[in-house]
Design a protein around this ligand. Structure first.
Ligand code: BG6
Length: 504
């Protein structure tokens, strides 16, 4: 691990949900593990007027998300952690001058002997990103003088290609690309990182990783939950913007990219960008036959009636926003020519699961009357993280009866290994100045360039249906038709079937 310099983490939007739910628990785990530098401070800031004490109570002592961790720990440990937290009130408005914020930082830096190494973490609505960046620049809090400055932004990075470009340009007026860390929490997941290791540290997979041996790639991202209390946000976003443009495109690019010349931020991100540039662009005509959107309707799950999307709080009654999306696409490059990639994502599906399935081509001759589609490599991103290789074996006895068997590895088998939460890894990386697991601005724009025409067609072409699917099912039937002669792999049993509880 690289040396972590003393530093201050400034969280904008510090009284918000993400801070309490994700950032503080991740920081607590890092603190417990001894990963934080000796002189380290978290300065929370937002429009709310809080004292340091009130801030500590809200995000630490009274936090439901820390309570379980905290209960197992001595009060001293939690108290010591809390002593690192301070609060600064921005005076009710993010647009005010940040002079007092700068003064507070200088005061804390000198009191706790911390050089001017600052991370500015924007956990605010994206509409504030440019405003905050500009205000920081106006106070010279963007320069690497007497200490480095880093800016972390959360998704969504724009609403479409035009707004993503505008956002990138606005941030780049104030900070340089190598100071900007665009966080995508899927890149912090252990199994997503393991895609790189699986592919590039094993000589057995990479020779097969191309159009000659792979027939198709399939990715499923399913959630059991509906939109819950986020209907207001989600209705303006939809599954394609919320999951596909960012998290799933990141997974796709790791699966499809060429080997980087070394493992560092520039080399890996350049390869991801390069492969995204090879995406075959769909036209309005081809979009209709290669994409499917759906919306869940009310249904019974385990005997309990759950709401349909249109009944959710904050959702327009006539909404056409998709809660399910499936898409088929190709990379026009040497490695992947004519290999279809299928990706589906949805809410209110039977299970919470994300997995990548690499389907290998059948052997050239079917000597043993075996199901010709059976060699698969399954990369389980979550839950029960692991990898399964599926292949044919002879059943003992007369003749040559072939059975499909699995060879698997589960992370849980590594008994001493604690799989860190995505935010722990990502926070530690930005503290060390390692941007490998953060998205480049160009990468984000390239993903939008693919997604934009699809969203445009869905919006403008009234003949594109919003297929309904029952909550708790695997999405609309139309998604199966995308695959034609193949079927999506079902990672679990159907939850709508009351007595067959879905156990992954
Ligand atoms: C977020 C989306 O980025 O990712 C949510 O906005 C989604 O809608 C979440 O539920 C899924 O993340 P995870 O880590 O639970 O799979």
């Amino acid at each position: 691990m690289k040396n972590i310099e003393n530093q201050i983490l400034v969280i904008f939007g510090a009284s918000g949900d993400l801070t309490v739910r994700k950032l503080i628990p991740a920081l607590f785990h890092l603190f417990k593990g001894g990963f934080l530098p000796e002189n380290f401070i978290v300065l929370g800031t937002s429009r709310t007027n809080l004292t340091d004490e009130e801030f500590r109570n809200k995000v630490i002592f009274e936090s439901d998300f820390l309570i379980n961790d905290g209960k197992q720990e001595s009060n001293i440990l939690v108290e010591n952690f809390a002593q690192k937290f301070f609060y600064h009130d921005l005076g009710g408005n993010y647009e005010n001058s940040y002079l007092t914020l700068k003064e507070k930082l200088i005061e804390l830096s000198s009191k706790y002997q911390i050089p001017n190494n600052y991370i500015f973490y924007l956990s605010t609505p994206p509409s504030l990103y440019k405003i905050i960046a500009r205000n920081l620049r106006d106070q010279n809090l963007n320069t690497n003088n007497e200490g480095w400055k880093r800016l972390v932004v959360e998704k969504p990075f724009g609403y479409d290609l035009a707004t993503a470009k505008d956002l990138n340009a606005g941030l780049l007026e104030c900070f340089s690309e190598n100071q900007i860390y665009r966080i995508d929490h899927y890149l912090g997941k252990e199994t997503v990182q393991n895609v790189l290791v699986t592919r590039f540290s094993n000589s057995i997979f990479e020779p097969l990783w191309n159009r000659n041996f792979i027939s198709r790639v399939e990715i499923t991202n399913a959630e059991q939950e509906g939109v819950g209390s986020r209907g207001g946000y989600y209705d303006g976003s939809g599954a394609f913007r919320d999951m596909f443009q960012n998290h799933l495109m990141q997974i796709v690019s790791l699966i499809a990219m060429e080997p980087p010349y070394r493992i560092d931020a520039d080399a890996i991100r350049d390869e991801k960008l390069k492969v995204l540039r090879c995406l075959r662009q769909w036209t309005p005509e081809t979009i209709k036959s290669n994409t499917v959107r759906g919306q869940y309707i009310s249904s019974k799950i385990l005997g309990k009636q759950v709401k349909g999307y249109l009944e959710e709080e904050g959702v327009s009654k006539s909404s056409k926003t998709e809660t399910f999306a499936a898409v088929k696409f190709f990379f026009d490059n040497w490695r992947w020519e004519n290999v279809p990639f299928y990706v589906r994502t949805g809410k209110r599906l039977p299970a919470k699961v994300t997995e990548v399935v690499i389907h290998f081509k059948a052997s050239p001759k079917n000597l043993f009357d075996r199901n010709q589609e059976s060699n698969k490599l399954i990369i389980r991103i979550q839950p029960n993280e692991g990898i399964v290789l599926n292949f044919g074996m002879k059943l003992p006895g007369q003749g040559f009866k072939v059975e499909n068997v699995d060879m698997d590895f589960n992370y849980s088998d590594l008994s001493d290994t604690n799989v860190p939460e995505a935010y722990e890894r990502l926070l530690l990386d930005v503290m060390q100045g390692d941007a490998t697991l953060y998205a480049l601005g160009d990468e984000v724009e390239e993903a939008w360039a693919f997604v934009d025409p699809i969203l445009e067609t869905w919006k403008n072409d009234t003949s594109v249906e919003v297929h309904q699917y029952a909550a708790g099912s695997w999405g609309p039937e139309a998604a199966n038709e995308l695959m034609k002669k193949h079927k999506w792999r079902t990672p679990s049993k159907n939850l709508t079937n009351d007595d067959l509880y879905c156990e992954l």
